[in-house]
Design a protein. Structure first.
Length: 383
């Protein structure tokens, strides 16, 4: 039977995605409007003070952004993620947002919600985003303000979130799993799921600073959970633990032990999307900022970056034995936080191992295997 023209098809089920499957074709890009933020979160890898004039002076102009967006659309982009820092700090946010909408892009907005005004609400009601994604840093004002190191930030977050919810703006909520928030993770999850019935995620992965600030990196490391704590937290979350079990064949891959090539990148970075830093720096993803892996769009073109530069980066190889016979051929790599981008942030090298990541991968793998053995035991007993 033919599908009715009036029947709504979920966006994720569009036949278009199957058509693009396994093709290197631009579908989306991330636009970092600023590195400045009204908060000063303990774990943040990019934020600069909201009043930082040097950072503000380096920010791409609305005209430059419009030019890049034009090129991206012509190359096939349909989505644009607007992020920061805190993107709503830009006084020309509305102009940039409307320009992206006029080009036919579906924008998503990442924000901490604290600086949302009625003008933003009016804008989103008249010209809806695909969604607005908000990170929650604590279930209580004490914890929230401790993480953001900004007094009154919890109150500001709640005010902004209430405005979004009351005006039926599509919102998704997420959280970071930190040493400072671990005691409230269940309360955070309960809060988030009340507002986002179909979506909630928490992330224990804390990136180190792009600017390699030693003191701030030590603070980030102090917020990391131990591998055992991450596993325990994932076990307590039914949705997350079920997803890990249901897709364990994608997380533990013995065939990787036989991998023959020595390419550094095996992820999807630069295949369907790119990341544009606030200063006009093109990256394959948000984390890969090694000097050999970035391209200055202010002195080049998006077409050259996409068609020439990206394939060169994706073709990079390593002859390092620790990489070839370690991370590269590890069957647990998809349970790990390791990738060349994170290796560089941790060690200054794209192909170096990271002990913390390795311990986390093995802890997760051991936990998965225990759960699988428990599931198989009742079946064996019935025979």
């Amino acid at each position: 039977m033919n599908q009715s023209h009036s029947e709504k098809i979920p966006f994720k089920n569009f036949a278009l995605w199957e058509k693009f499957k396994n093709q290197r074709k631009l579908q989306s890009f991330t636009l970092e409007l600023t590195a400045r933020c009204n908060n000063n979160c303990r774990h943040c890898y990019v934020n600069l003070p909201a009043s930082d004039k040097d950072a503000q002076n380096q920010e791409m102009s609305a005209e430059f952004i419009s030019h890049i967006a034009d090129d991206a659309v012509q190359m096939g982009a349909m989505f644009c993620l607007i992020t920061g820092g805190e993107p709503l700090l830009r006084k020309d946010f509305t102009d940039i947002y409307l320009d992206l909408k006029r080009k036919g892009l579906l924008p998503r907005v990442f924000t901490n919600a604290a600086v949302i005004t009625q003008d933003h609400i009016d804008l989103f009601k008249k010209y809806p985003p695909y969604d607005v994604e908000v990170t929650m840093y604590g279930a209580t004002a004490e914890t929230y303000d401790k993480v953001t190191r900004t007094p009154g930030s919890f109150r500001a977050f709640k005010r902004g979130l209430d405005l979004l919810i009351e005006n039926e703006i599509p919102v998704r909520l997420k959280a970071m799993a930190l040493r400072s928030t671990i005691h409230e993770m269940q309360a955070i999850a309960d809060f988030c799921r009340r507002y986002t019935k179909d979506y909630y995620r928490f992330d224990p992965q804390l990136h180190l600073r792009f600017d390699r600030d030693a003191a701030k990196n030590e603070m980030i490391k102090s917020e990391r959970l131990t591998p055992e704590e991450v596993v325990e937290l994932e076990n307590k979350d039914d949705e997350r633990s079920k997803a890990l079990l249901d897709h364990c064949d994608k997380f533990i891959i013995p065939a990787l032990k036989q991998r023959q090539n020595n390419r550094l990148l095996h992820c999807s970075a630069g295949n369907t999307t790119f990341y544009l830093r606030y200063d006009g720096t093109f990256q394959l993803c948000s984390s890969l900022n090694h000097p050999d892996c970035v391209y200055d769009l202010k002195n080049g073109s998006l077409k050259e970056a996409w068609e020439d530069f990206v394939p060169r980066v994706r073709a990079m190889t390593s002859d390092r034995d620790e990489f070839i016979n370690g991370c590269h051929r590890c069957e647990f790599i998809n349970l790990c936080l390791w990738c060349p981008a994170h290796a560089y942030l941790e060690t200054g090298e794209l192909d170096a191992p990271v002990d913390y990541f390795c311990r986390l991968a093995h802890a997760r793998a051991k936990n998965l295997q225990q759960h699988l053995n428990q599931e198989q035991q009742p079946i064996a007993n019935q025979r």
